[in-house]
Design a protein around this ligand. Structure first.
Ligand code: NZQ
Ligand code: ZN
Length: 394
């Protein structure tokens, strides 16, 4: 293990089919006014809204409705939420939904009483709150981002021309999260497999960095193997509870800061994905899927030892009689086959990247000086062009 780190994750998790039973007790820890934040209405169709409102009523709360958090939540929406919080003196923001709703809730929490311009302070300058913040709790309905147990808040600001992530400290993590795998059963197949790839991407972003022998990598490999196994089952049979439960648990551990202990991290795939998301509003996990193989094939030679390890320990590639390059390439071929098997989008043209908007995407990519190679702007163009001619869905 290298470096110094602090591991502190204060989010309390309630996992399983009965997890919702704990919501009423949790609500007792907060003041009388709860802002119920949710997305475009899926929770009304699948009954989760009714269950949450029943718990809020039993706990005697005044509910402030905050509907319409969109996928890839916008800064404008965050500002609307801030106004609701101030007007109603909200004591708890209860985010019911996927990563977008939970990310949004954290953004509102940090921004509602911020005396500076929040976009500049948090997302551009990566500052930390110095004002009062509002506690956030969450009920997760879509698996992938890990937002349920981390400080991430990814916000799209089209006026500024960026989709940027801010990782807040533990004070902004959800205080509690209800994780009931059954709640995710109504997620459409497209969103579901996008979430599956998002998890894999979080694992790979943290795995492909550093050279040291590190316990964290062994944990990561175990999570990848569980994910690959369970997603193969769930992609064919989304109602398989065991598989969906394992995937939900894996997603939470994939991005709750455990896997960055002793590791540097890469995160360039996410930067390119965010730029595609900004320009096309495409689903987050699919943006990552469309650029991952071109990116990893480009940087493979710079981090060859880790790509060899990935091939052997995650995919079971046998090394006998093969060069390191051959083993590493076989590992990436296995990744490609799994992506095709679960049915993610691997072609960014299908997500709306065109010759006309390509430059806008390129300009919006943040190039991070981490991972095995710091990209040049020309390499970003190369990766995007490769992704535009990637395999098309049948
Ligand atoms: O809005 P509703 O009607 O609820 O529909 C949502 C939405 O259309 C639907 N959905 C969610 N749960 C459902 C359901 N439909 C039926 N049944 C259910 N149970 O799914 C759609 C997508 O939801 P969304 O929350 O946007 O998906 P996801 O969880 O993938 O979140 C994506 C956002 O999170 C950010 C992404 O950039 C993107 O903005 N990320 C956040 C991270 C973090 N906090 O650490 C890290 C990630 O890398 C990521 O960047
Ligand atoms: Zn992600």
């Amino acid at each position: 293990m290298q470096g110094n780190f602090i591991y502190h994750n204060p989010t309390k998790l309630y996992f399983g089919e009965d997890a919702m039973n704990h919501l009423i007790d949790e609500l007792k820890n907060y003041g009388p006014t709860v802002m119920l934040s949710y997305g475009g209405g899926s929770i009304k169709r699948n009954g989760i809204y009714d269950a949450v409102v029943a718990a809020l009523k039993t706990a005697g709360k005044t509910v402030v409705e905050d509907a319409g958090v969109m996928p890839n939540p916008t800064y404008e929406k965050v500002q609307e939420g801030c106004q609701l919080v101030r007007e109603n003196k909200v004591d708890l923001i209860l985010a019911v939904g996927g990563g977008s709703t939970i990310d949004y809730a954290k953004g509102v929490s940090a921004s509602a009483y911020c005396e500076e311009e929040p976009w500049e302070k948090y997302w551009v300058k990566q500052g930390n709150p110095t004002c009062q913040t509002v506690p956030v709790g969450s009920v997760l309905t879509m698996v992938g981002t890990g937002s349920e147990m981390n400080g991430g808040s990814v916000i799209t600001n089209r006026k500024a021309g960026f989709k940027l992530g801010k990782v807040f400290g533990p004070a902004l993590y959800p205080k509690f999260t209800i994780l009931n795998p059954r709640f995710t059963m109504t997620v459409p197949q497209y969103q579901m497999v996008a979430g599956f790839f998002d998890i894999m991407s979080h694992l790979m972003e943290q795995y492909f960095a550093g050279k040291a022998d590190c316990t964290t990598d062994y944990i990561n490999e175990g999570l990848m193997r569980s994910l690959i196994h369970a997603t193969r089952i769930a992609a064919k049979n989304p109602q398989d509870y065991e598989a969906r439960a394992n995937i939900m648990w894996t997603a939470t551990w994939a991005l709750n800061t455990l896997l960055k202990c002793g590791k540097g991290g890469d995160w360039e795939v996410h930067q390119i994905g965010h730029a595609i998301g900004l320009v096309t509003d495409a689903t987050h996990g699919m943006t990552l899927a469309s650029v991952s193989l071109p990116y990893y094939r480009l940087v493979m030679h710079d981090g060859l030892h880790q790509f060899v390890r990935f091939a052997q320990n995650v995919w079971g590639v046998r090394p006998e009689g093969k060069s390191d390059e051959q083993v590493a390439s076989e590992g990436l071929a296995c990744l490609e086959n799994w992506m095709k098997e679960i049915g993610v989008v691997m072609n960014s043209s299908e997500l709306g990247v065109t010759e006309e908007n390509l430059q806008q995407v390129v300009d919006a990519v943040l190039i991070l000086p981490v991972g095995y190679r710091t990209l040049t702007r020309d390499e970003v163009v190369y990766i995007l062009r490769q992704s535009m001619s990637g395999p098309r869905a049948n």
